[in-house]
Design a protein around this ligand. Structure first.
Ligand SMILES: Cc1cc2nc3c(=O)[nH]c(=O)nc-3n(C[C@H](O)[C@H](O)[C@H](O)COP(=O)(O)OP(=O)(O)OC[C@H]3O[C@@H](n4cnc5c(N)ncnc54)[C@H](O)[C@@H]3O)c2cc1C
Length: 471
């Protein structure tokens, strides 16, 4: 069949306004950082599950691949088509209805294109909490969060997206709709199908809706910001905080001295809670409770004061108002990103390690990197409580960005080999997408890869969904 009849079939299904080509499609063809730019036959914007199924049936008939795309905030190129122009990008943004909020069952059913912020707001309106929280929450979608099994800042207590999903609705490669939205807390009737689609990065099917868990809203949330003389001291303090605060400890975020100093230099609009020093480490702790803020502050002070006396903690600020808590989170969510962007591009790693081996990994990798490129500046932050570090490498003084990026593969190799030797993973929360696909077999168990390939060929034998991603 011709290109013309393919286009007319899509227009007939979706209407002309929702089959985009040329400049209308351009915004969907590049990734978040504009480093990956692909081509597509067109971008389609279905508004219902039935329309998504219709597009998949056309893909089977005409033989075109589909690249699912949500908010396009992914950091591994999973939502960007390749350069061949063979694919159709399917944007889920018009699947944007909150179908149901059930405060008694503590569930929300959201369509895939709802932004994370919209799902959080729907929960709040019912006096409930949907705890997933990411810096991109205003624009990432719940379908993208599920497909990347997103992490974020609340994993320590609530788990990652997988742990928050009770059920899915998915359009399969046959163009059928699997309705798995029942939302039961217990259902042992066979294979855990939803878990195959969660984290599959759009390679097995298109998630069109999900039943998600809601939680009671904590009546208080208090944060503290601390500085330490070494990473080992941060890790020790984290372990003690977890033991003392138990489930009340809902976040423990790490910020290294160099990236904190970068915020001081480049982001004057964000007030720093403590003075910046490159040789220190900083942590942002959050306690969520069912008391009031004052009680939380007392609990935090009881934990922190002895640590200051023993010099384990160098300095600390406990937020004494919700607005101070918001401003500490602004530093974490906005300040670090802005500082890096204003400093120039850097080489990114999203790695996961056993918490107990983080200090050893950091020391050994710093030595190897300095031996390779003297003066290279690691900019480290992340979700320490989950062992997840964003380990970014900024250019050495006097080194141009072109010179830095000429070393990209070598620097990735040094870092990923070291992560692997320390029992870690090359992708903690962003996924594999296209940018880590080639190296996945170097670090993942060969039998696991073989099983993943079998799952892919069982669920998508024609290779319709997101070819060239993950596997
Ligand atoms: C400032 C910033 C902060 C971030 N912070 C975090 C963080 O703390 N933790 C974290 O985990 N990530 C973070 N991210 C990365 C990103 O926001 C997440 O990966 C997010 O889950 C992607 O959602 P999205 O809707 O933008 O998906 P997209 O980027 O559109 O797609 C991501 C992948 O999912 C697939 N996909 C999307 N929707 C569907 C669907 N409905 N069905 C099937 N497949 C689909 C795509 O094909 C692609 O492979 C951050 C990104 C930015 C820019």
């Amino acid at each position: 069949m011709s290109e013309h009849s393919l286009h007319s079939s899509l227009v007939e299904l979706l209407g002309p306004a929702h089959v985009l080509t040329g400049t209308d499609a351009a915004g969907y063809l590049a990734d978040q950082h504009g480093r990956l730019v692909g081509q597509a036959r067109c971008v389609v914007r279905p508004a219902s599950t039935e329309q998504v199924a219709g597009v998949v049936r056309l893909a089977r008939r005409y033989g075109f691949p589909i690249v699912p795309q949500g908010g396009n905030t992914g950091l591994v190129g999973g939502a960007t088509p390749d350069a061949t122009g063979a694919a159709v990008v399917l944007s889920t943004r018009r699947l944007d209805r909150i179908r149901q909020v059930d405060a008694q069952d503590n569930t929300v059913i959201a369509e895939a294109g709802c932004t994370l912020a919209e799902v959080q707001a729907a929960a709040e309106q019912a006096d409930r909490l949907f705890p997933l929280s990411l810096g991109s929450e205003g624009s990432c979608t719940i379908g993208g969060n599920l497909s990347t099994n997103a992490g974020g800042t609340q994993v320590l207590h609530y788990g990652n997206t997988r742990a928050l999903a009770l059920g899915l609705e998915v359009v399969t490669a046959d163009g059928e709709v699997w309705n798995g939205l029942a939302g039961l807390r217990k259902d042992n009737t066979g294979y855990a199908l939803k878990d195959l689609f969660i984290g599959a990065e759009g390679t097995l099917g298109i998630v069109t809706a999900a039943t998600l868990k809601l939680f009671p809203r904590p009546s208080s949330q208090t944060t503290a910001f601390l500085s330490f003389g070494s990473i080992a001291a941060v890790v020790d303090f984290f372990e003690r905080s977890r033991a003392r605060l138990g489930p009340a400890l809902t976040a423990f975020e790490l910020i290294s001295g160099p990236i904190y100093a970068l915020v001081a230099r480049h982001v004057p609009e964000i007030a720093l809670p403590l003075p910046a020093a490159e040789d220190q480490w900083y942590a942002l702790l959050e306690v969520s409770g069912f008391d009031d803020e004052e009680q939380d502050q007392v609990r935090l002070a009881a934990l922190i004061e002895p640590a200051i006396e023993s010099r384990e903690v160098r300095d600390a600020v406990i937020a004494d108002s919700p607005s101070k808590t918001r401003s500490l989170w602004r530093l974490r969510h906005e300040g670090l990103g802005l500082a890096q962007r204003r400093d120039g591009a850097n080489i990114k790693h999203d790695i996961g390690l056993p918490v107990s081996r983080i200090a050893e990994f950091l020391a050994s990798n710093a030595r190897r990197l300095q031996a390779h490129t003297p003066g290279l500046r690691p900019m480290i932050f992340g979700h320490l409580g989950d062992g997840n570090l964003h380990y970014n490498l900024s250019h050495a003084p006097g080194q141009s960005l072109a010179e830095l990026f000429a070393q990209e593969d070598a620097l990735h190799g040094i870092t990923y080999d070291s992560v692997h030797r320390h029992g870690g993973t090359i992708s903690a929360e962003h996924g594999i997408g296209q940018i880590k696909r080639a190296i996945l077999p170097d670090y993942k168990d060969a039998v696991a890869i073989k099983l993943m390939q079998k799952v892919k060929s069982a669920l998508d034998p024609q290779g319709i969904f997101n070819p060239g991603k993950v596997l």
